[in-house]
Design a protein. Structure first.
Length: 288
């Protein structure tokens, strides 16, 4: 009798556990779908690739140097490129960001077909814009910005993280260019004499302090605003139905947490890889 009762409980428990595991797997898949769609919508992989792929780090760092420093920083920028190539990993960083966003999006519904199609169209629009020459970009920008911004597109832009992600990139580029500048000026001793732990703490402090100097702060303001205006022009080119679907998706219960996770994990990946690049750069620089 006892054996029969135990067997009966096991019989009814097995389907319940199976159902529970299926629901859990479904929730994970839904969160991953949401995260993937958000990263595509915000253009995270394309952004990271453009800023941290081989050759990109020194290019962006050079742009933040004054002309006298640009003239002498060739060797330091080459060394920065080599260090960055060993430190920034696009695939690994994007995967880590997606994992954090997925964790924040658990409990949210997977994006429907309409949202996925709208995300794909917006992503293609952004890629097409990036592939244009300067004249084409200017023509597109002027045409789309000529129309007054409607409330739905304005609200959708406010739900996006593009300006915050641009600030992360700018902060990283400024810090890397500052180190390259000091090496080029012969001031490597202030870095090479520091133990690894102290050097890492110094880099962390600079990140935490943020941008305080007037010229870089002004450049950052311009960069953030330009990013917003370009995104606004891209949104203006989207059909109204796509904008409505995307806005509803970005206004659901999980959206705020996902956006916060996206910005935070993107900053962590850039900050961590940049710190490794700086340490690699400094330790490989010849001591005078």
């Amino acid at each position: 009798m006892l054996a029969s009762s135990v067997a009966s409980r096991r019989f009814f428990r097995a389907p319940f556990l199976l159902l529970l595991s299926l629901l859990f797997a479904s929730a994970i898949a839904s969160a991953q779908d949401r995260a993937q769609a958000l990263l595509q919508f915000e253009g995270v992989q394309a952004r990271y690739q453009a800023a941290y792929a081989p050759g990109a780090v020194s290019r962006d760092a050079r742009q933040l140097l004054e002309p006298p420093d640009q003239a002498i920083a060739g060797k330091a920028l080459q060394a920065l490129d080599a260090a960055a190539a060993r430190s920034f990993d696009v695939a690994a960083s994007v995967a880590a960001i997606q994992q954090e966003v997925a964790a924040a999006g658990k409990g949210g519904a997977a994006p429907g077909a309409q949202v996925q199609a709208a995300v794909a169209r917006f992503s293609k629009l952004r890629a097409d814009y990036a592939a244009m020459d300067d004249a084409g970009k200017q023509e597109f920008f002027n045409r789309e910005r000529a129309s007054p911004a409607d409330p739905a597109r304005t609200e959708l832009l406010e739900r996006m993280a593009v300006a915050d992600l641009r600030e992360v990139d700018f902060s990283s580029q400024l810090l890397l260019s500052s180190v390259a500048k000091q090496l080029a000026r012969g001031n490597a001793g202030q870095f090479t004499s520091l133990p690894d732990r102290t050097l890492d703490m110094a880099v962390d402090t600079l990140w935490s302090r943020g941008i305080t100097s007037p010229r870089p702060r002004n450049l950052l303001t311009v960069a953030r605003e330009f990013e917003r205006q370009v995104t606004q022009a891209l949104l203006a080119a989207l059909p109204d139905a796509d904008v409505a679907a995307l806005l509803a998706w970005r206004n659901d219960a999980q959206a705020a947490a996902e956006r916060e996770a996206l910005v935070g994990s993107y900053r962590a990946e850039v900050k961590g890889s940049g710190a490794v690049a700086i340490r690699t750069l400094v330790r490989g620089w010849p001591r005078s």
